[in-house]
Design a protein around this ligand. Structure first.
Ligand SMILES: C[S@@+](CC[C@H](N)C(=O)[O-])C[C@H]1O[C@@H](n2cnc3c(N)ncnc32)[C@H](O)[C@@H]1O
Ligand code: SF4
Length: 368
């Protein structure tokens, strides 16, 4: 008899270094600490080894290396951390890459060491939009990076796009979608530009996005990506059948995952925690053999149930209709519809996807 499939378990590895900080970005990443890279990767490997020994890192069904810019750090150090992470056969291993830092040799090394998926931070294919985002890469590098991914034998990869940058017209966004689709991507993530506190973008209201323009851009993405055979399986994510990101489903389905590296988040059975934020503190904690946890929270059952519905509604999984009270249904009138072909489940309508944050708030407010 075959073994039952392993319960999903994810490992997230955070690489907190970038060549330059983009004006919109609030992720835990630094541009002046490259001298810490080697010590940081050693600390991550030790953390992994410790977590394997104490049983908190079980064989992963997905591994996600995010940042920051993972493709900036030496491949050998990064791959040494990945090799220490136990995985199940058929594991999905994604590495986020900046198109500027990708070479065929780098991607060959990733592929040879079991990386199965790449995620490229493209954002826009239009130079003036990239400049307005405070982002520097030549769109030609995206084409070269995708060719290198194909040359290395990657069957699946993602393009991250952002809409709503200052001065971006619908024609500019249309061009980005066209040029992205010309690369025949198996997966696309398209995010509305979010103004994050503490970023240069937040300090510059003239560059803040407009809600109506962003709604039009979202609708255009839905139409174009859908027509190209990419299904909108989560609000901001589109994929060809079978090319959905397994790791992201862990987050949307309240699965368990362990975060390695500074500022990385973890979740196991209703307890969430996050590691200390800076690479210095993380390295020091690992070397001292002490805890790397910066804080934690325990979710009670009611909160977990609410979050389960909020997260599942982001995806085409949807939520069983009987999980909603009449009050919920009244609060979400016009924003929910029956899932296609799956009697008894509800998903967001296009209007509901446009108002996803509002849906989450109304669910919280509903007495149900
Ligand atoms: C964790 S970032 C790292 C990706 C990689 N460093 C890069 O930018 O090339 C993943 C993605 O989040 C998205 N993102 C980051 N900040 C954002 C913001 N303020 N608004 C919308 N999307 C954002 C970008 O599309 C980015 O590619
Ligand atoms: S968007 Fe990506 S490249 Fe830009 S600062 Fe953030 S993590 Fe670094």
């Amino acid at each position: 008899m075959e073994d039952p499939p392993a319960a999903p378990f994810g490992a997230y590895l955070h690489i907190p270094f970038c060549a330059r900080r983009c004006d919109y970005c609030a992720f835990a990443t630094w541009t002046d600490r490259h001298h810490l890279t080697a010590d940081y990767l050693v600390a991550c490997r030790r953390h992994v080894e410790r977590a394997v020994a104490d049983g908190s890192l079980r064989p992963a069904t997905s591994v996600f290396v995010g940042g920051g810019t993972p493709s900036m750090v030496p491949a050998e150090g990064l791959l040494a951390v990945l090799r220490a992470i136990p995985t199940v056969p058929g594991v999905e291993v994604t590495v986020e890459c900046n198109p500027d830092t990708v070479t065929p040799a780098l991607l060959d090394a990733y592929r040879a060491s079991g990386v199965t998926r790449l995620s490229f931070g493209v954002q826009s294919m239009v130079p003036h939009v990239l400049a307005a985002l405070g982002r520097t890469h030549d769109p030609a590098n995206v084409v070269a990076a995708v060719e290198a991914a194909r040359g290395a034998g990657f069957e699946t990869w993602n393009l991250d796009l952002i809409y709503g940058g200052a001065g971006e017209t619908l024609d500019d966004w249309s061009r980005t979608l066209d040029e992205a689709l010309a690369l025949d991507p198996p997966h696309v993530s398209a995010y509305g530009l979010t103004v994050e506190a503490g970023t240069p973008l937040a300090d510059d209201p003239a560059r803040h996005p407009d809600d109506d323009t962003q709604a039009d851009a979202y609708l255009l993405a839905t139409e174009r990506l859908g027509a190209a055979g990419l299904a909108n399986y989560e609000i901001s994510n589109w994929a060809r059948p079978g090319r959905e990101c397994r790791h992201n489903f862990l987050y949307w389905r309240q699965g368990d995952y362990l975060g390695i590296g500074c500022a990385a988040h973890s979740h196991v059975a209703g307890r969430r925690w996050w590691n200390v934020r800076t690479p210095e503190r993380y390295i020091a904690a690992v070397l001292a053999g002490s805890s790397v946890v910066g804080g934690d929270e325990h979710l009670d059952l009611a909160t977990r149930a609410l979050e389960a519905r909020q997260l599942a509604l982001r995806t085409t999984d949807g939520v069983p209709a009987d999980a909603f009270t009449p009050d919920d249904l009244a609060a979400l009138d016009g924003l929910l519809a029956a899932a296609p072909g799956d009697v008894g489940r509800l998903v967001l309508t296009t209007q509901g996807r446009l108002l996803a944050n509002e849906v989450a708030v109304r669910l919280r407010a509903s007495p149900g």
